[in-house]
Design a protein. Structure first.
Length: 84
């Protein structure tokens, strides 16, 4: 999960750089607002997919943690009253 999170941050930073480029480009005289809107929408879709991918991995990891906790509890012997 940690490796996936680091990769997610790298991916998002790259997309933010592309967004910044689009903002700089649209500020130039004669730039196409239609092209800007199209590219921004594409970048936002990619960002959302990157977020969704990480959330899916996180959900799987959480499920494994819950399974491990249940197994751990089932393997831990019960404490007998009066004995520790």
């Amino acid at each position: 999960v940690i490796v996936a999170h680091r990769q997610h941050i790298d991916d998002i930073m790259e997309l933010i750089k592309l967004e910044m480029k689009e903002l700089n480009d649209v500020d130039q005289p004669g730039s196409s607002i239609d092209e800007y809107v199209r590219k921004l929408d594409s970048l936002l879709v990619r960002k959302q997919q990157t977020i969704n991918d990480l959330r899916d991995k996180l959900a799987q990891f959480q499920a494994h943690l819950r399974e491990e906790e249940i197994l751990s509890r089932s393997l831990t012997p019960m404490t007998v009253k009066g004995k520790k």
